[in-house]
Design a protein around this ligand. Structure first.
Ligand SMILES: O=C(O)CCC(=O)C(=O)O
Ligand SMILES: [Fe+2]
Length: 197
């Protein structure tokens, strides 16, 4: 597992925030977003306290795919997590009161565009924007496994590949104190994940 601290420029972070609120808005996307505009300016998120938007990487704008390629090159160069090809991108938004995301492994069983070997051999690339959070992780399948935690701040890029590809992980403890002053975004945190299924 590798963290590139503050890899994302402020311009890239703001661009990703704006992209999320554009792509995620169901009223602009014929119902295919991940949140609805509710009464009094409230957003109704598809998972209650958080929203998740998933699509094939090929469906995203060219600049988004270029961002993935440049991070992929960094991952290759560092030689710790293998390669990081991706077939999909996931945009997660946690509202300011969100309890985060529960324990899980990023390992879907039927990759549409990748063999299981390709999927398991490809690193997950995970971008953080907005509030800070704790990313907690442990060896999958072992309930007594030692749990570790790392704080993710706006602009950080976390990569888990190779032996850590199937690490069990969760997100908790959103912390507004880590939020950059210049970022224009509703309260909460955005995560962008690139991965093979
Ligand atoms: O929000 C994060 O940092 C992680 C999100 C995640 O684990 C997922 O979408 O599978
Ligand atoms: Fe995950």
């Amino acid at each position: 597992m590798v963290i590139f601290r503050e890899l994302l420029s402020p311009v890239a972070q703001q661009w990703l925030v704006d992209l999320f609120f554009r792509l995620g808005d169901s009223s602009l996307r014929g119902g295919f977003g991940c949140f609805e505009q509710g009464p009094h300016g409230r957003r109704l998120l598809n998972y209650g306290h958080r929203a998740q938007y998933v699509d094939e990487l090929a469906e995203f704008p060219a600049a988004f795919r270029q961002l993935h390629e440049s991070i992929q090159a960094r991952v290759r160069d560092c030689k710790h997590c293998g390669d990081a090809p991706a077939s999909v991108a996931i945009l997660n938004y946690y509202c300011g009161r969100s309890s985060g995301m529960g324990w899980h492994v990023d390992a879907d069983t039927e990759p549409p565009h990748a063999t299981p070997e390709e999927a398991h051999g490809s690193a997950v690339v995970s971008l953080s924007i907005g509030d800070s959070c704790h990313f907690r992780y442990r060896d999958s399948g072992a309930r007594s496994a030692t749990e570790r935690s790392v704080r993710l701040n706006s602009g950080d890029v976390l990569v888990f590949g190779g032996p850590s590809r199937k690490v069990e992980h969760c997100v908790s403890d959103l912390d507004v104190s880590g939020r950059p002053q210049w970022l224009s975004m509703p309260s909460g945190r955005i995560n962008v994940t690139f991965r093979m299924w």
